[in-house]
Each structure stands twice: as structure tokens, then as C-alpha cells.
Design a protein around this ligand. Structure first.
Ligand code: SF4
Length: 233
């Protein structure tokens, strides 16, 4: 059973909820099996999401909403409830996820929350700025190479490390580009899952030895060595 509510107390303190929507519309990333957390039954989703959102206390005035997909996969009743929770619990900043294919929906979505005094930050899984690796190995669905263009509508990005073919230089480069073009980055380390992409221990060891110590105390960098490190999942 998935844990769907948690509080992150250290870096960028915030509450986090793992909600459920109609499902990622891309579903092709080679490393991902969490897009299976979806339902087409809007009422069932709303019931589940209401239960999790009722746990939000507003302790840090800061909430992150994830849903194994993009914000636009959440049903309208859930979105209305999120707005209500923001108002009642004095949430000032809220983070959502969005895949590249939905990026054009972001300005209107931010404007919707801005009307109630809430700043929306949008996070996207870019995984790497090496376009060939991203599109040929990870099948990420971002047909753009220029990080300045990729970051135009997104505030934060996720990077994925620990896969065969990545090197100290490629990972360092991804981190530095991420920090240059985005407000915050979240580094996920590849773990065993049900896909054919396996974690590469050598690459993971290079990251842990050479890069983890350099960035772990950077307030703009989250590092998830397990994908449940935020307490949800
Ligand atoms: S966009 Fe996100 S949820 Fe969808 S397949 Fe890729 S990693 Fe998984």
C-alpha cells in the first residue's frame, strides 16, 4: 500500500501528497513503472485524494503535489479541493509535476492559483541534458536540446542518475546545467523496478563518491537515493 502523505522537514521544508489522476499521457519512459498508479474512475480518485488532502496542516505554508503524471491528469474536483486547502491552510507555494507535452497548459494553471495568492512551481523530469541519451535510451519525449528553451516554462527539474552510459562528467554537467537554468533540481538515483533499465552500481558509486558530497548541502538540490526518500510512494 502506497504512503501518500508526508512532511519534509529539512531542505525546502514542505508537506507532500501523492495523489492519483487519470494517468500519465506519455507512459513511455523506459525507466518508469510508477505511471501504473492511476485510475480512470474520477470519483474513486477524488475520494482517495480528499482523504490525503485532509491531512495537510499548512505547517510550512508550502505543499508539493505529485501524481505519477502531470497536474492536468488530476480531476477538476480534486483541483478545486487543492485550491480550497491552500486557502484554508494558508499554503503560499505549491509544486506540481508536468511532462513536456503539457507545457503549454502551465501559464493558465499558474494564473488560476495566482488569483488566490498561491505561487505555483512546476517540476518536470528532464532526467539529463544529453538529448541523445534522454531520447534514445530513456525515451523521455522531449524533442528539444537547448536547456534555455526546455526551462522556459518549468521552474524545477528532476535528473536521473545511475544508468549504464552515464559518467562523472555527464552527471556533473547535468547538475550544473540544471542549477543554471532551474530554481531547484531533484536528483533521483535509479533503483531496481519492473522495467528493463537496471541501476548500474559503478555509475552509482561514482555519483556517491564524487558528486553527492559536493551537492548534498546545496539548498537548491534534493537527492533521493531511494524513490521513497520524500516519505511517499
Ligand atoms: S512522464 Fe513521468 S510518469 Fe510518465 S512515463 Fe515518464 S517518468 Fe513515468
Amino acid at each position: 500500500m502506497l504512503v501518500r502523505y508526508s512532511v519534509i522537514n529539512d531542505k525546502n521544508p514542505r508537506e507532500i501528497v501523492l495523489l492519483r489522476g487519470s494517468g500519465c499521457k506519455w507512459k513511455r519512459c523506459a525507466f518508469c513503472d510508477y505511471h501504473t498508479d492511476f485510475s480512470e474512475d474520477e470519483n474513486a480518485n477524488f475520494e482517495l485524494n480528499s482523504k490525503e488532502l485532509s491531512k495537510v496542516t499548512g505547517i510550512y505554508n508550502h505543499l508539493e503535489v505529485i501524481n505519477s503524471g502531470s497536474f492536468c491528469d488530476l480531476d477538476e474536483k480534486t483541483l478545486n479541493l487543492i485550491e480550497k486547502v491552500c486557502q484554508e491552510k494558508n499554503i503560499k507555494t505549491i509544486h506540481f509535476e508536468c511532462h513536456w507535452i503539457h507545457r503549454k497548459l502551465i501559464p493558465a494553471f499558474k494564473a488560476r492559483f495566482s488569483k488566490i495568492g498561491v505561487t505555483v512551481k512546476i517540476k518536470s523530469g528532464i532526467e539529463t541534458f544529453d538529448r541523445d541519451f534522454r531520447e534514445k535510451v530513456l525515451i523521455k519525449g522531449i524533442g528539444e536540446s537547448d536547456p534555455a528553451i526546455i526551462s522556459e516554462l518549468f521552474d524545477e527539474c528532476c535528473l536521473l542518475f545511475g544508468i549504464k552510459g552515464q559518467t562523472l562528467e555527464s552527471m556533473r554537467n547535468d547538475i550544473e546545467i540544471g542549477l543554471k537554468y532551474f530554481e531547484r533540481i531533484c536528483i533521483n538515483l535509479m533503483v531496481e523496478n519492473t522495467t528493463d533499465i537496471r541501476p548500474d552500481n559503478e555509475v552509482l558509486q561514482i555519483f556517491m563518491k564524487e558528486l553527492y558530497p559536493l551537492y548534498i548541502n546545496n539548498p537548491r538540490v534534493d537527492i533521493l537515493t531511494e524513490n521513497t526518500d520524500f516519505g511517499v510512494g
